[in-house]
Unconditional design. Structure first.
Length: 288
């Protein structure tokens, strides 16, 4: 596996590969790799000639009081995992390489970036879209792989790629879960042993609400089942959002009559503090 820490090296290699007619699959990450990331990498390996993974904890997507400093890191362990999967290239830039002094340009996908997580993490998606666009320009991928656990992030990146006419296929991949349904996330590390035992409640709450919808309940009833199930957990400190949303616009559907909603799917989505860990999860539900 080649490891490049300079943008120049990565760009030169990407150009050589592209000119040779190779397809490049790209998995951008912030490291501390878990099975969720590895599933994206396996898919990229299966669908492309070359797979590039980036590890970069992107400071501009963290708010001033967020977990940038304590975000879990394990570069040695990550490199071992990438080698075991036969990844071709790891792009591992420094903060200075990505944002040199005098850096001034940011990308914003309007509207979608202010909803759900965006309402609680102002500037977060501006940081995500900016770094992802930069990484796309550096890695020049044919396809890029994102997990559906970050449903809003994937939707926003698809919108950016469409709006800016970027010739890259965005592949949204299923959420990988622990045995009790907890969505895999690097931030699960913040859970204590006791909290971890109970954290499957987040997925159970989504399943309970999905069940209600399948039984023909309205959106209000499903949203209230979701919140009530979550509230039964003593570890949930704060529910930031938990409701039924339009999966294209992210509008809250609580007050919409299910009979006049014409789309085939909704997304149940939550963000909450479980102990000290901010967890997000979601479930797409087919209505008809
Ligand atoms: O999902 C992530 O890990 C990050 O938001 C990403 C896409 C790597 C950008 O920093």
């Amino acid at each position: 596996m080649d490891i490049f820490s300079e943008i120049d090296q990565m760009q030169r290699q990407a150009s050589i590969l592209t000119r040779a007619g190779k397809t490049i699959g790209f998995v951008p990450t912030m490291g501390y790799l878990h099975e969720g990331h590895l599933s994206l990498i396996r898919r990229s390996r299966a669908e492309n000639d070359i797979t590039v993974v980036s590890i970069f904890v992107n400071p501009i997507q963290f708010g001033p009081n967020e977990d940038l400093d304590r975000y879990p890191r394990d570069i040695e362990g990550d490199i071992e995992k990438l080698r075991a999967l036969n990844v071709d290239v790891l792009f591992l830039p420094s903060m200075k390489e990505m944002y040199p002094e005098g850096y001034k340009t940011y990308v914003i996908v309007e509207g979608l970036s202010d909803k759900l997580c965006g309402a609680f993490r102002p500037g977060h998606f501006r940081g995500v879209t900016t770094v992802v666009l930069k990484l796309f320009n550096i890695v020049k991928p044919t396809r890029a792989y994102f997990g559906l656990k970050d449903f809003q992030q994937t939707l926003i990146i698809k919108q950016m790629v469409r709006d800016l006419n970027m010739d890259i296929q965005i592949i949204a991949c299923p959420t990988i879960r622990e045995h009790d349904g907890l969505a895999m996330s690097s931030r699960n590390k913040y859970l204590t042993e006791e909290e971890r035992q109970g954290a499957g409640i987040v997925y159970r709450a989504l399943l309970n609400a999905a069940e209600k919808l399948k039984e023909g309940a309205g959106f209000k009833e499903a949203a209230s089942t979701l919140r009530e199930t979550l509230k039964s957990s003593p570890h949930i400190r704060e529910i930031q959002y938990a409701s039924v949303y339009d999966p294209e616009t992210l509008d809250d559907l609580t007050d919409v009559d299910v009979k006049i909603y014409k789309k085939p799917e909704v997304v149940l989505a939550v963000a909450l503090y479980y102990g000290n860990a901010r967890l997000i999860d979601n479930l797409l539900v087919k209505l008809r």
